[in-house]
Structure formats: C-alpha cells, structure tokens
Ligand binder design. Structure first.
Ligand code: SAH
Ligand code: SF4
Ligand code: F3S
Length: 448
C-alpha cells in the first residue's frame, strides 16, 4: 500500500450516483486514498455529476471554477490536486469538458469507474488528460470490490440503464442500455450488506422493476431477498409503471418486509402530454396500476415525479395533473420544471411554455403535494410506527430514523437503538419530520 492520500468526492443527482460514489471510494481505498469531507488539500477531487436538468449540469462548471484556487494552493505546497469528472455530465460531454474547464485531468463515465485507479495512475504520469466514457462490454460490477459496511440503511444497485427513451430524458444516453445484474450477485451482495449491519436495503436502478435475470422476475427477486435473516425492510427505486407486473403486485401482497411505500413516477396527468413524452401509458393506466397495487397492499402510500411545463402543455392539461395528484393522494413527490436537454427529442418540440407559466404551475403542484403530505403526516399522530434508527439526532440522547413510508422520525432513544427497528408512538409533526416516543417495555409487550 502506498502513502495515505486524500480523495474528496462530491455527489450530484440521484441515488445511483450515491451508490457509485461509495463504489469509487472502494476502488480507490487500496491505492491509499482515504475519503475526506472537503476539497481543500485533497490529492484527488472527483465530481460525480448529474445531467438530468440544465441547472444540475451547469453547477459542475461553477464548482470546477471554485477548485482552481484550491489546486493552486496544493501546488504551492508542493503537491498536486488531480481533478476527475465522473457521472452523467462526463458521459454526455466527454472531452469537451476539458476545453471548457482546463483544470479537469480525468473524464470518466458511469460505466468505467472501475478503471479509475488506472486513470489516476496515467494522469499522475502526466500523459495528458485521460478520457474514458465508453460503455465497455465487461460489466463494471464484475470488477468492483465488495461493498463495505454501509450502515443500517444500504443501497444496492441491481439494474442500470434505460431503454424507454422518454422524449425529455438524458438517462438512456448517459447510462446506456438496460443491464440487470445476475441474481446470484445481487443475493450475495445483499447478504454481505446485512451481515455488516444493514437492516434495510433499497434496490436501485434507473428502471429497477425492469430487472429480470436468470429466469427470475423482479417479484421473485424481492421474495428471495426477503428470506435473508436480519433484514427488516426492502425498498426499491425508481420504477416505471409499465414494468409493474402481476408478480410484482403479488410480492406487495405477500412480502411483509416490502415497505408499504412506492415511488412510481407518472410525470403528467394529461394523456396528450404523456404521449408526447413517450411514457407508454395513459393517466388511466397509471391509476389502474395504483388501484391493483392497493388491492394487494391496502396501506400502500404513493410517491411520484412530475414535470410541469412540458412543450405544448396547456392550462387544461396541467389541470389534469393536479387532478391526478388529488386522486392518488401522493404522500410525497418530486416535481420539476421541464428543462430542455441537448440531444433529446423534446428539446426540438415547438410551443415552449414560458418560464413564468412553468413556475406558477410548479408552485401549484408543490402546494397540492404539500397539503397532501401535511395531511398524511398529521394522520400519523397517535399511531405506533416501526422506526429504523439510522442517524444520531440533534442532541445527545436523540436518534433519527425512518418510518416505513420514509418520514424522518426524531425520538429520545438509547444508543443501542441505533441500527434497529423500534416501535415509536408519534406525538407531533414538524415541517419535515415527525416527533415520536419509544414505547416502554410494557407497552411493547401489549402491542405484540
Ligand atoms: N428512471 C427514473 C428517474 C429518471 S430522472 C424514472 O423514470 O422515473 C428523475 C426525474 O427527473 C424524472 O422522473 C423526471 O420527473 C425528471 N426529469 C427527467 N428529465 C427531465 C427534464 N428534462 N426536465 C425536467 N425534469 C426531468
Ligand atoms: Fe428517463 Fe424515462 Fe428512462 Fe425514466 S423511464 S430514466 S424518465 S427515459
Ligand atoms: Fe442524474 Fe444521471 Fe442520475 S443524469 S439523475 S445522475 S442517472
């Protein structure tokens, strides 16, 4: 092992990037790189970027600008700060990044980060800027070291890429074609994560419920994972409505460890807009899927993604989105103003919605979603929820955990409650969290 060096990795975008950042730390550790929390003084800075909307992509360049004085300081002290750009902006822009930001030494895509050590070595040998944004034939997963302890709640990437080509979206271009990891690899990684302390697994994929491998459906995979002793909860994200099949619905009925919470993007409530988006489903199809899921799991809470101001979206079409939001009663959602992305079909569509109209629609969607969320949270007061404690609280003696429906719950709890699921009575609602009290031993017995 070489001398200790410092790597700072900044993560933008989705949970897949969070997972990838952890894996990059794993591949760099054997080279002597220890992860640090700030870029100042780092020997290697990696920006793990997101291309989904213009704002996210542009942020990378301002962050690169901010690295310049830090790299100069490092050089003055006789060292060298290597700068690598990874992730989806790197994949989309490739070598062009170097022209706009000469500080960049390495550009690598989401499918090549298992080769990062080799790229770092080449950059240090001063072979000029190193670019590697291919989609290699060998899946990177075969070359990654097994993940270390990830804490009580761990991510597990089981699927990557997307073949759906929604007309607004860059993901099929930045992440490539759909790839499903073999079932045995997924099971082995899940068991390792649980053996090192994970109580909850969140299965990740851009189109996670399209996973199918070795003759197994996604529903079958969920059943098999639920058999792992010591695992308390299973989640998955992000799923596509068209890939919700009978086996998955049956898994929601039968698999108790599968949380009663599902993030299922709809994007719009207008069939005309959904068609222009190439979503492949109507609003009624989506509602029917939710109905079938709720018939299987009556307490299923729903979350979603929305895009407002898609090209040509009229007031009446937007009103249909608001109607769907009320009809489903989402307890949480992400909503975005449409952002035209280079290379996507929607970027060429006429009838752009003016910014101020899109902004007003975004505010209306967020107000509707906020109301539903507040009502759901208020309805939790007085109930006893199983909470997985996974973080220290704001003061000693307090822990923060998550309910099955992803609400943050604060409670006074002993340190040994960390990493365990405990029954908690909800006693109050804050703007972004719930306040709870651990049940006493007697109460627990009575509840069981
Ligand atoms: N694979 C997932 C997530 C894709 S990205 C899915 O299909 O849902 C996450 C969300 O970003 C999308 O669901 C969509 O709501 C939003 N998004 C994607 N492209 C966008 C764009 N060009 N403008 C605004 N929002 C976008
Ligand atoms: Fe993008 Fe659509 Fe694929 Fe989701 S399903 S990643 S929105 S193309
Ligand atoms: Fe962004 Fe790439 Fe994820 S574009 S949302 S980081 S898949």
């Amino acid at each position: 092992m070489s001398e200790r060096k410092k790597v700072f990795i900044k993560t933008y975008g989705c949970q897949m990037n969070v997972y990838d950042t952890a894996r990059m730390k794993d591949v760099l550790a054997p080279l002597g790189y220890a992860a640090v929390e700030t870029p100042a003084g780092a020997d290697l800075v990696v920006l793990n970027t997101c291309h989904i909307r213009e704002k996210a992509a542009e942020k990378v360049y301002s962050d690169l600008g901010r690295l310049r004085p830090l790299a100069a300081e490092k050089a003055e002290a006789g060292g060298r700060m290597l700068v690598a750009v990874a992730g989806c902006v790197a994949q989309a822009e490739g070598e062009a990044m170097k022209k706009r930001a000469p500080i960049v030494d390495i550009v690598l895509g989401p499918q090549t980060y298992h080769r990062l050590p080799e790229m770092v070595a080449r950059a240090l040998r001063d072979e000029g800027a190193v670019f590697d944004t291919e989609f290699p034939v060998e899946p990177k997963f075969d070359f990654l070291p097994p993940p270390g302890a990830e804490g009580p709640s761990a991510f597990l990437a089981i699927q990557e890429g997307c073949d759906r080509f929604c007309t607004y979206c860059v993901v099929p271009y930045t992440r490539g074609a759909e790839y499903a990891r073999p079932a045995a690899d997924v099971l082995a990684e899940a068991k390792r994560l649980v053996a090192t302390g994970a109580r909850e697994l969140t299965l990740l994929g851009q189109n996670v419920n399209a996973w199918a491998a070795d003759g197994w459906s996604f529903g079958r995979l969920l059943r098999e994972l639920a058999e792992i002793d010591g695992l308390a909860r299973l989640r998955y994200t992000t799923s596509h409505p068209l890939a919700v099949d009978d086996e998955l619905i049956a898994a929601h009925r039968d698999v108790a460890k599968l949380v009663p919470f599902l993030h299922l993007p709809i994007q719009s409530g207008s069939d005309r807009v959904l068609k222009a988006m190439n979503r492949g489903h109507t609003a009624a199809d989506y509602l029917r899927t939710v109905e079938r899921l709720r018939a299987a799991r009556p307490d299923l809470a729903m979350s979603s993604d929305f895009i407002v101001g898609f090209p040509g979206e009229t007031d009446a079409e937007f009103a249909e989105t608001l109607a769907v939001i009320r009809e489903v009663g989402f307890i949480q959602a992400f909503s975005f103003k449409y952002s035209a992305r280079p290379g996507t079909p929607a970027a060429l569509m006429p009838n752009r919605v003016p910014q101020e109209v899109a902004e007003a629609r975004l505010a209306a969607v967020q107000a509707a979603l906020g109301e539903l969320q507040a009502a759901f949270n208020a309805g939790c007061v007085g109930r006893v929820l199983p909470v997985l404690f996974d973080r220290p609280g704001r003061h000693p003696g307090q822990l923060i955990g998550r309910s099955p429906t992803m609400q943050a719950v604060h409670a006074e709890a002993p340190a040994d409650a960390m990493g365990t699921v405990r029954p908690v009575r909800i006693v109050g609602v804050g703007p972004n969290s719930l306040a709870g009290e651990l049940l006493s031993g007697d109460e627990r017995e009575a509840a069981e």
